[in-house]
Design a protein around this ligand. Structure first.
Ligand code: SAH
Length: 357
């Protein structure tokens, strides 16, 4: 597939594109700023580029075809956006504004890396339709650019924190995700610090080792959700390919290389992974790591079997037991529950409406 989206191009590639169009190389810096810093959506905005150059650019390239086609605003200030892509597919991203006394003030955008997902986790809405395709690099960064464009128009504060925890498995679209991380980090682009980015994976062990070699200060989150192979394979088919022994070995390797704490996400599912016996399994598994466990009461999703949220009390009890066992943990603050909190739900609804309409 040819990609004519300028948002997919880094500084070097923009230089080559500019020279190809017969313009001076230094113009690439100006173009980079319009594309990656100022989130331009129209070539006419590029006031310091000649009309002729803009016309040549517009004839060969575009500024991304992703556009926000739905927006839901939660009572707690969380916003969910549906982005329609050039081919009619759609992904979603969620803006979470943290203003609490206990958390630093930040605007976190949770972004997607694929349309759909091939991983088949039993509790996840995105898994239900399988994988449609990878997002291009321009489509990945485009989520941030489109949301920021809108926020700027409204005079609101921009996104300053990114989590790759939306739809898809980022480590299975690795080249595009890695390029997107670097573009979002670029000083003369969005300038979002790498330390303000997190990436969540269901556990692609080979790629975790690759990431360890990248010298990137990004926070790694592992979707654990169960601490024995038998249970994890039941709810996460990826565990058959990368069982816990292999996954934990990759995590130890990552930590040895990067010295960074690893987050482990654990969605509590009633009667599946929330009984006290699991606490000791988690402790055993994470014993020799610097780890933090994020407990998430599972979000109920339509068309899933046996996926129910435990009571608030049993979530708190589970956290207490983990802490008593010496495992660092917290219960994730729930955001946007009234706007289809669980991943994949908004897109699911849009598709259903289209089918019935
Ligand atoms: N594929 C990556 C990132 C996308 S999912 C991964 O697996 O980590 C982001 C997080 O949301 C993952 O931890 C995932 O397991 C979790 N998640 C998915 N569906 C959920 C649900 N219904 N309730 C709670 N967490 C869910």
């Amino acid at each position: 597939m040819n990609d004519y989206n300028l948002r997919s191009l880094n500084e070097k590639e923009l230089e080559a594109a500019v020279e190809d169009l017969g313009e001076k190389k230094f113009r690439a810096k100006q173009l980079f700023s319009w594309v990656h810093e100022k989130n331009a959506v129209d070539f006419d905005e590029m006031s310091n580029l000649s009309l002729k150059f803009r016309e040549k650019l517009a004839a060969e390239y575009n500024l991304g075809e992703s556009r926000i086609s739905a927006r839901q605003i939660s009572q707690d200030g969380t916003e969910k956006y549906l982005l329609e892509l050039g081919d009619g597919e759609a992904v979603e991203c969620v803006l979470m504004r943290y203003r609490g006394d206990f958390s630093k003030k930040r605007n976190t955008l949770c972004i997607s890396s694929q349309v759909g997902c091939a991983m088949g986790c039993s509790f996840c809405a995105t898994a239900q339709g399988g994988l449609v395709r990878n997002l291009t690099c321009g489509e990945i960064v485009g989520q941030v650019y489109e949301v920021n464009h809108l926020l700027q128009q409204e005079g609101a504060e921009k996104v300053d924190n990114i989590v790759f925890m939306g739809m898809g498995e980022p480590m299975l679209n690795w080249d595009n995700v890695l390029k997107a991380i670097k573009l979002l980090n670029a000083k003369d682009g969005q300038n979002i610090g790498i330390r303000r980015m997190s990436l969540s994976t269901c556990g692609i062990a080979d790629k975790i080792k690759e990431l360890a070699e990248c010298d990137l200060d990004i926070t790694l989150a592992i979707s654990l959700h169960a601490a024995t192979d038998e249970k994890r394979s039941q709810i996460m088919p990826v565990n058959k390919r990368y069982p816990l022994g292999v996954l934990m070995e990759a995590c130890r390797y990552y930590q040895k290389k990067t010295k960074k704490r690893i987050t482990f996400e654990y969605a509590l599912i009633k009667g599946v992974n929330d009984n006290p016996g699991e606490v000791m399994e988690i402790k055993r598994l994470l014993n020799d790591l610097d780890a933090h466990v994020n407990l998430i009461p599972v979000n109920p999703v339509a068309n899933t079997k046996n996926i129910f949220r435990p009571s608030q009390k049993s979530v708190k009890d589970f956290a207490k037991m983990l802490k008593k066992a010496g495992v660092n943990c917290s219960i994730r603050e729930e955001k946007g529950a009234d706007i289809d909190g669980a991943c994949g739900q908004l897109r699911g609804k849009l598709h259903k409406n289209q089918l019935s309409g």
